[in-house]
Design a protein around this ligand. Structure first.
Ligand code: 9MR
Length: 873
């Protein structure tokens, strides 16, 4: 378990401690291990036994701290002048005037020293409530002090002042306790209106539900009103008793029947009005773009240009070796791990920290690639909004879809993490690269002074590389065959290396300066990598690996009820096996698609049962770190199942998931920056740190907060949320890294679902308005294709135009019956002067000859004048 330390802002404030006055010597000293008096008073100190690492303890920069044998130890330099020149402390202590408190701790020092232990104001004039001088030697002794607080404090501090000694020493402290006062009141956040809705809105023809928090047991009257107060609909709520995840008494209401587009709608129940929302067809276009912009914003090794992102989000390139950065272009290993250095520049920063992790980069880039790959095979998916020039990033005009340009930024980094040929474990991938020590907040990437280090290679990282590089190879083939070949080679090499070293696991303790991302079960990584290599190469050896996997066909293992995640990736393979054309037999395809629909059935049932509509009901009832991404990943499975089957129940569960993320939840919180009236805007991030420094921006729009996490590992959550119900363990505070971080692997499924819901348009059931019959005759190196387009709708189409994207390298050479133009894989057939009109029930025919190399598949997704078309062959 890792912890962050070094809260620079607080440390800066403490440098003025010199003003501390008045010392009261003479604490009670008992031998270490003596029985403690039973004390029922509330504990004010967080993590006083250091079982959770160093946070939220801090120290002055000259005395770094680490946990050693369960104690917090600080290395104090020789020759400081005053006791307060070296400090270990904890801030944020709430004290009440007139209440009694007992401070106790056990301390040692390698050199005998007299320390000062004070409880005091955290700012000038540093008034002390307790000020002691205490001799500390090599034998652990327990010290107990009592005092009565003279004033109320919202955030006092305990400081051990350990400077002033002539010799360097190591000071260790353990079992620090400050008990007293009265217990804080139970956690009751301000959740605004008890009427909970999707604060962005509802698709015109989608489901429209909300939740009402109330102690009333009988149905309540609701009304839906337009912005000018006109009543549009009404009804009564359905009491749903207690929602287990929030422990709230709730009712639900449904206004799906309302299909009048508009903005500023509200629902009122029992005199309580919801946040405003829209009903419309085009609610999610900007969310798709913003969710994807997150990746460009968080690129390492490139300037983030004001012309692309706007002044407030612009910043210099990070980690290119420009002082004080150490540079990712020449990174050594941790001591003893390897004898080489790698150029591992580029990629995305993982999250609020500046770590770059192959394991987590893998699922993220895979989900971006799948967001694009879906447009090749799903007729309702539109490649246009992901295409060249469509997203906010620098690589415009290169004829490659922008979303693939973004993916490539990470893929190149992932390949740089591969152990070079000739070195031990050649072909494997280093698990991660990050700072030697945690940095404080805020720290702009280019100002991070920490040494960067490569951590040991692992099987999981190697398989992440194999899977994503394989997917890269098939998607880039038509845009950059050289890059695709590089990806294919890296994937094969990684796979071979992982087979040779199938159980090299990440160290769960390796969590200083970056996350551990440890995972002791890599069967799912093997499944995913085998699936991707099979889909790309078509080789039977990989197919056998898929079929032989113990996970194949085991829905619960492949799609856990709590959702896929960075440590549970088999589902990524299963989803692609289900949707990307390959050579699985009909039975085998039935098995993989069966896993997708069976899992989706479960998530859809969870969503339909939940008073807040979310498709996330983990078996143990706990909401995990990053629970919002678990919700989003279940939505990816549901959306894929809807693509495969057209079943509305799956689509509705995705849309209810959007409602949850955008405000229909126990906290009335939109977890996405810039969306909804009550949005998260203080997520844990070292540059988007406006909460700590108003000169810095809030997170960019479209950033998904981790969300409720009932393990509340960080000190802010521990101080504020104690006793919270699972779905309420969230606080929009920048220091709450366990509930409110933002990361690439949470925004990646958000980007997938934002694309999916945007593609739904109005949410009206897809009606076949056109039908394409596409018939190819192939020979070695070439083909002839006949296309028949039938207008099955009621409107005349004039002039008609048909678009599609080849998934492989097919080149149209000569054509007839239409003006066929190709740009890379994107192809358009337009009416000629004599066949401009396509009347209802009418058909047009055209055809072409072409060349092809490698894998050839008929396109499956067509759009006739921007409308999705069904196919008959
Ligand atoms: O998302 C990760 C979550 O599943 C783990 O429980 C947690 C603790 O190991 O770490 C989370 O990942 C963090 C990573 O370790 C460091 N970068 C920020 C990530 C999101 O908080």
């Amino acid at each position: 378990m890792f912890r962050r330390s070094g809260r620079s802002r607080r440390v800066r404030l403490l440098l003025g401690v010199a003003a501390t006055a008045g010392l009261l010597a003479g604490g009670l000293v008992a031998p270490a291990g003596a029985a403690e008096p039973v004390d029922e008073a509330p504990e004010v100190i967080v993590n006083g036994d250091f079982s959770a690492g160093t946070a939220p303890w801090w120290s002055t920069a000259n005395s770094p701290v680490a946990v050693s044998d369960g104690r917090l130890c600080a290395d104090v330099p020789a020759g400081t002048a005053n006791a307060w020149d070296a400090i270990v402390g904890q801030s944020g202590l709430a004290l009440t005037a007139g209440e009694g408190y007992t401070l106790s701790y056990t301390a040692t020092s390698t050199v005998p020293v007299t320390i000062r232990a004070n409880v005091q104001r955290a700012t000038e004039p540093w008034t002390t409530e307790l000020a002691t001088a205490q001799p500390v030697g090599t034998t652990a002794e327990r010290v107990t002090e009592t005092f009565t607080a003279g004033a109320d404090h919202e955030a006092a501090q305990l400081v051990f002042q350990i400077g002033g000694g002539a010799e360097a020493l190591t000071f260790c402290v353990d079992d620090v306790s400050l008990r007293g006062g009265t217990a804080p009141p139970p956690y009751e956040p301000d959740t605004g209106s008890p009427v909970r809705v999707n604060q962005v809105g509802y698709l015109t023809h989608g489901p429209k539900g909300g939740t009402f928090v109330t102690g009333e047991t009988g149905p309540q009257v609701w009304t839906l009103d337009s912005a000018d107060g006109t009543r549009l609909a009404g009804g009564t709520t359905t009491p749903a008793s207690v929602d287990t995840a929030s422990r709230q008494h709730v009712h639900t209401f449904d206004f799906s029947a309302v299909t009048t587009p508009g903005e500023g709608y509200t629902v009122t129940v029992a005199g309580e009005k919801s946040e405003p929302f829209a009903i419309g067809d085009d609610l999610y276009a900007s969310l798709r773009t913003d969710a994807l912009a997150y990746f460009h914003h968080n690129r390492s090794g490139i300037e983030i240009d004001a012309d692309i992102v706007g002044e407030q989000y612009a910043r210099p390139a990070g980690h290119l070796g420009v002082s004080p950065n150490q540079g990712d272009n020449d990174v050594p290993c941790q001591p003893g791990v390897c004898d080489y250095r790698l150029n591992a520049a580029g990629g995305w920063y993982d999250a609020g920290d500046h770590g770059k992790y192959v394991v987590n980069g893998g699922i993220s880039v895979a989900q971006l690639m799948s967001t694009f790959e879906r447009t090749l095979y799903e007729e309702n998916a539109d490649a246009g909004p992901l295409g060249d020039g469509a997203l906010r990033l620098p690589e415009h005009g290169n004829a490659t879809p922008d979303i693939l340009d973004e993916a490539r930024w990470e893929l190149e980094f992932l390949m740089r993490m591969q152990v070079p040929a000739g070195k031990p474990l050649a072909g494997m991938a280093h698990h991660k690269l990050h700072d030697k020590e945690w940095t404080g907040l805020p720290t702009r990437p280019d100002r991070d002074p920490q040494p960067r280090e490569l951590h040991p290679p692992t099987t999981a990282a190697t398989l992440n590389l194999a899977a994503t590089a394989a997917q890269c190879a098939r998607l880039f083939q038509v845009y950059d065959a050289g890059f695709a070949a590089q990806c294919r080679e890296a994937a094969r090499t990684a796979w071979t290396a992982a087979k040779a070293h199938p159980d090299i696991l990440a160290d769960p303790q390796d969590g200083t300066g970056g996350g551990a991302y440890n995972d002791n079960d890599v069967r799912d990584e093997f499944y995913w990598a085998a699936a991707e290599l099979y889909l790309t190469t078509g080789e039977d050896a990989y197919r056998q690996e898929v079929l032989r996997s113990p996970l194949h066909g085991d829905t619960d293992a492949v799609f856990p009820r709590g959702g896929m995640s960075w440590g549970s990736v088999a589902g990524l393979g299963a989803l692609n096996l289900s949707t990307v054309p390959g050579k699985l037999s009909a039975d085998q395809l039935t098995t993989v698609r069966g896993m997708v629909t069976e899992a989706a059935d479960g998530y859809a049932a969870d969503s339909a049962r939940a008073a807040y509509g979310l498709p996330y009901a983990p078996d143990d009832g706990h909401f995990v770190w990053g629970s919002n991404s678990q919700v989003a990943n279940n939505m990816v499975v549901l959306g894929s199942a809807h693509d495969l089957t057209g079943r509305t129940a799956y689509r509705d569960a995705v849309l209810r998931g959007m409602d949850y993320l955008l405000g229909r939840n126990a906290l009335n919180q939109s977890y996405i920056t810039g969306y909804g009236e009550r949005d998260s805007r203080n997520q844990h991030h070292r540059f988007w740190a406006n909460q700590l420094d108003p000169a810095l921006p809030h997170p960019a729009p479209g950033s998904l907060a981790g969300g409720p996490n009932d393990a509340i590992q960080d000190p802010v959550a521990q101080a504020e949320l104690r006793g919270c119900a699972p779905s309420m363990c969230y606080i929009d505070d920048i220091e709450s890294w366990s509930t409110n971080e933002i990361t690439i692997n949470w925004n990646a499924p958000l980007a997938w679902v934002a694309s999916y819901v945007d593609d739904l348009g109005s949410g009206a059931p897809a009606r076949a308005r056109c039908e394409v019959t596409y018939t190819s005759h192939r020979w070695d190196g070439g083909f002839t294709t006949q296309v028949v387009v039938k207008n099955t709708g009621a409107l005349t189409i004039r002039p008609w135009r048909l678009d599609w994207t080849f998934a492989d390298q097919q080149r149209v050479t000569d054509t007839w019956g239409a003006d066929v133009r190709q740009s890379g894989p994107r192809t358009t057939a337009e009416a000629l002067g004599w066949n401009l009109t396509l009347a209802p029930g009418g058909t047009v025919r055209f055809g072409f000859n072409g060349r092809s190399t490698g894998l050839v598949n008929d396109p499956r997704a067509f759009r006739l004048n921007d409308r999705a078309c069904g196919t008959t062959s």
